[in-house]
Design a protein around this ligand. Sequence first.
Ligand SMILES: Cc1cc2nc3c(=O)[nH]c(=O)nc-3n(C[C@H](O)[C@H](O)[C@H](O)COP(=O)(O)O)c2cc1C
Length: 173
Amino acid sequence: MNTTIAVIGSARRNGNTGKLIDWIADALGIEVIDLALKNISPFDYEHKNRGDDFLPLMDDLLKHDNIIFASPVYWFAMSSQMKIFIDRMSDFLSVEELKEQGRKLRGKVGYVVSTSISDKIDGSFLDSFTHTFDYLGLESGGFVHANCENGFNADDYQNDVVNFIESIKLSGK
Ligand SMILES: Cc1cc2nc3c(=O)[nH]c(=O)nc-3n(C[C@H](O)[C@H](O)[C@H](O)COP(=O)(O)O)c2cc1C
């Protein structure tokens, strides 16, 4: 059976994106890892950050088949918490002894959960995830987006979120 895990990168854990991912995670019975609580340093060409929380976190994520990436749209892009995490995927491409672990991402399914103050998810935001998934060998499973211009309102997103949850369940979890 496939299993799923989520990571959230937001400037506040219980904000709009937090509420949306918690709804999804509760329905699926899955864990949500808060990147803000992890000590993950920005990418370093000299890899002096090898002892931080990035690799242990990846060990946890790689135990699952589906990985949900939850981020608000900040300035047409993913949050800085999420970007620092994604940048570190480069460790798998540049550190010889980590390449094997990086290859374990291949065949996994990546999903995107986002909020902003717009009905439409920014192309620049979504593309940065789907192109990254593509590059790393993950399949793009889909996304769900909520406009939180007036705060997060679950009633507005019943259909979208239920469909998103069902699509993950159908994948085996
Ligand atoms: C630093 C910052 C930048 C933002 N940039 C955008 C943006 O480019 N487009 C947009 O629609 N909303 C933008 N917003 C609004 C947030 O995406 C929106 O309020 C989101 O739901 C916040 O989620 P959070 O509670 O998890 O932080 C921005 C908010 C912040 C704090």
